[in-house]
Design a protein around this ligand. Structure first.
Ligand SMILES: CC(C)(COP(=O)(O)OP(=O)(O)OC[C@H]1O[C@@H](n2cnc3c(N)ncnc32)[C@H](O)[C@@H]1OP(=O)(O)O)[C@@H](O)C(=O)NCCC(=O)NCCS
Length: 168
């Protein structure tokens, strides 16, 4: 069974989160977590960290992760970053569950009005399937083509907006 949860940097699962980010995202572009932290001072600590955890008989295994940088670049907006799913577990819906958890946190407790990410070209379809839309042309980041993609929650229908129920 896979569960999604939010962890802090002192959680025993954090080293597994870092290993996954390095294996899937950072390693292929010549980075690791210490280099990432040096490039973006203070960001690792400001991130909210989400992990997807598989209850393996030998102990919990982090099979997916995502981070949320709230109130960036301005209050009310958040950036989804470091989205990765274990190569062996991609296509099972784990990425979707992580994005849903980030959205729930962002638009629920944190009260943000917009999320955005810099999506790699290979992930456009993934974010698109979750209702995220393009918000920029293609630009290069870490040698990879990206586009800014955004998600804004629609208005929540209240009961007052529901069509009247016929009386007879
Ligand atoms: C992109 C990634 C996070 C998606 O996670 P995942 O667990 O594999 O995705 P899901 O199984 O939840 O897929 C959800 C939907 O997106 C689609 N999808 C997933 N990856 C896709 C891709 N690369 N291109 C097009 N569609 C994709 C799936 O087909 C699925 O659609 P469906 O519900 O209609 O079948 C994962 O593949 C990954 O870690 N990739 C490498 C790292 C990366 O690119 N991270 C994003 C950086 S911006």
């Amino acid at each position: 069974m896979v569960t999604v949860r939010r962890i802090t940097l002192d959680d025993p699962l954090y080293p597994q989160e870092c290993a996954l980010r390095e294996a899937v995202l950072l390693g292929p572009i010549g980075l690791n977590v210490p280099k990432f932290k040096a490039m973006f001072p203070g960001v690792e600590e400001r991130f909210e960290h989400f992990v997807a955890v598989f209850a393996h008989p030998s102990g919990p295994r982090v099979v997916g992760c995502a981070t949320l940088l709230p109130d960036y670049p301005e209050p009310g907006i958040g950036k989804l970053m470091q989205m990765a799913v274990d190569l062996q577990r991609q296509g099972e819906g784990i990425g979707t569950r992580l994005v849903v958890a980030v959205e729930q946190r962002a638009f629920g407790e944190l009260g943000l009005r917009e999320l955005f990410c810099h999506a790699r070209d290979t992930a456009y379809g993934f974010y698109g399937s979750l209702g995220w839309t393009f918000d920029s042309d293609v630009f290069e980041e870490a040698g990879v083509p990206h586009r800014r993609m955004v998600f804004r929650p629609g208005p929540v229908e209240s009961e007052d907006d529901a069509p009247p129920v016929p009386q007879d």
